[in-house]
Design a protein around this ligand. Structure first.
Ligand SMILES: Nc1ncnc2c1ncn2[C@@H]1O[C@H](COP(=O)(O)OP(=O)(O)O)[C@@H](O)[C@H]1O
Ligand SMILES: [Mg+2]
Length: 354
C-alpha cells in the first residue's frame, strides 16, 4: 500500500491542448480519493498519468517514495479498472482473473489461491467457469474488479467503472465498492462525473474544472463550505441557487430580496448562494425572505421539489415533506438559519467568509 503524490503536474497533448494545469494532490495511504468534475475537465488524463498510460509533460508523480514518471505501467504496482471492463471474451472468469498473474510468471497454486480469495470477496465463486457473455453487466464489472484485486497492487485506479450499468445496479455496485475498500483498505483513486457517487464513496473528493483542481476536501466540507461558485454549483442536487446582488453594511441586497449577512469583509457586487434544501416555506409567524409564483411542483413522496422564478431567474426549492402548493400559487420562502453562502461576483467566484 502506498501514498500517491502529484507534484506540479501538467499535461499538454501533442496538439498543444493543456488538459491538466499544475495539479498538486496527495492521496494518503489507504485513502479512497474521488476525482470528480464535468466531462472533459481532465479526470481521465490525470488518472492515466498515474497509471502510466499517458506521459506526464511536467511535474512528478510519486508512488510511496518512488518517482514513477519513467516507469512502464506494468512496473508501477498499480491496477486500473476501466468503464468497459476489457475482459477477454474467450476466457472463463477464472482465466480472466488469473491472466495478469500468469503473464507475470506467478506459480499456479498462488494464482489459484488469489483468484479464489477475490471470488469470495466479490461473490463470484459460482461464476468462475463462465465466459463473460454468460454474465450480466454487473457481474462482468465485478470480474474486472476481481482482476485488479488478485494483483494485490499498492493502489487501485477506477475510471467511471459504473457508468455502463443501469441505475439500480450502479447503486448496488457502489455499496459493494465501498465494502471492498473497507475490507482491503487499498489506496484508491476513483474517477466519476457523478457527484452522488463522489459524495458517497470518497473519504475525500478532488473537484476539477477545466484542468484545474478547485478544491480537495471531505464530502461534507465541500457541501458546507464550497471554496468557489463552481464547486458550490457542482456539489449538490438539485444545484445551488445563485442570486446576483450587492453587499452593503452587513446586508445582501438584490432586486428580489434583502438578507442580513452579519459582519462581512466585502462590499459591492456579490452572489448569494442558497441550496434548494435550505429554503423553507415561510409560515404566518415568519418574516418571508421573498414571495414567488410556483411554476412546477414535483411530488416524490419523500420530498417535494418546487420550481419558480425570482426576478426572471429560475430557482428550485426542496422540502422534506409534502406541501399544499400548486402551480400558479404564490408561496413565501424563508431560509434556514445561516444556511446561505456568499461569493465574489468576479469570474473566479471565490467564497466570501461571513
Ligand atoms: N489525445 C488527446 N489529444 C488532445 N486532447 C485530448 C486528448 N485526450 C483528451 N484530450 C482532451 O483533454 C481534455 C480532458 O480529457 P479527459 O481527461 O478525458 O476528461 P474527463 O475524463 O474529465 O472527461 C478534453 O478536453 C479532451 O478533449
Ligand atoms: Mg474520462
Amino acid at each position: 500500500m502506498s501514498q500517491i503524490q502529484l507534484e506540479n503536474i501538467v499535461k499538454r497533448y501533442e496538439d498543444g491542448f493543456v488538459a491538466v494545469k499544475d495539479a498538486n494532490l496527495t492521496i494518503e495511504d489507504g485513502e479512497f480519493m474521488v476525482l470528480v468534475g464535468p466531462s472533459g475537465c481532465g479526470k481521465s488524463t490525470t488518472l492515466r498519468m498515474i497509471a502510466g498510460l499517458e506521459e506526464v509533460t511536467e511535474g512528478s508523480i510519486l508512488v510511496g517514495e518512488k518517482r514513477v514518471n519513467d516507469l512502464e505501467p506494468g512496473d508501477r504496482d498499480i491496477a486500473m479498472v476501466f468503464q468497459n471492463y476489457a475482459l477477454y471474451p474467450h476466457m472463463t472468469v477464472r482465466a480472466n482473473m488469473g491472466f495478469g498473474l500468469r503473464m507475470r510468471g506467478i506459480d499456479k497454486t498462488e494464482i489459484e489461491q488469489r483468484v479464489n480469495m477475490a471470488a469470495e470477496i466479490l461473490s463470484l465463486q459460482t461464476l468462475l467457469e463462465r465466459k463473460p457473455r454468460e454474465m450480466s453487466g454487473g457481474q462482468r464489472q465485478r470480474v474486472a474488479v476481481g482482476r485488479a484485486i488478485v494483483r494485490q497492487p499498492s493502489a487501485f485506479l477506477f475510471d467511471e467503472p459504473l457508468s455502463n450499468l443501469d441505475a439500480k445496479l450502479r447503486v448496488q455496485m457502489r455499496t459493494e465498492l465501498a465494502k471492498l475498500h473497507q475490507t482491503l483498505a487499498t489506496t484508491t483513486v476513483y474517477v466519476t462525473h457523478d457527484q452522488v457517487e463522489a459524495m458517497t464513496l470518497g473519504h475525500r473528493i478532488t473537484v476539477m474544472n477545466e484542468g484545474v483542481i478547485q478544491q480537495v476536501d471531505t464530502p461534507l466540507a465541500l457541501y458546507r463550505k464550497p471554496i468557489n461558485q463552481f464547486v458550490a454549483g457542482f456539489i449538490g442536487s438539485p444545484a445551488m441557487n445563485f442570486i446576483h446582488g450587492e453587499v452593503t453594511d452587513s446586508e445582501f441586497r438584490s432586486a428580489a430580496l434583502r438578507l442580513n449577512v452579519g459582519h462581512v469583509n466585502h462590499a459591492g457586487d456579490a452572489i448569494l448562494g442558497i441550496r434548494p434544501e435550505d429554503l423553507i416555506h415561510a409560515t404566518d409567524n415568519m418574516d418571508p425572505l421573498f414571495t414567488a409564483a410556483i411554476e412546477v411542483v414535483e411530488r416524490m413522496g419523500h420530498e417535494t421539489v418546487i420550481y419558480f422564478q425570482l426576478n426572471g431567474k429560475s430557482m428550485v426549492a426542496r422540502f422534506d415533506d409534502d406541501i399544499a402548493a400548486y402551480p400558479g400559487d404564490n408561496l413565501s420562502f424563508s431560509i434556514k438559519e445561516r444556511r446561505w453562502h456568499l461569493f465574489d461576483a468576479r469570474p473566479e467566484g471565490r467564497r466570501i467568509e461571513c
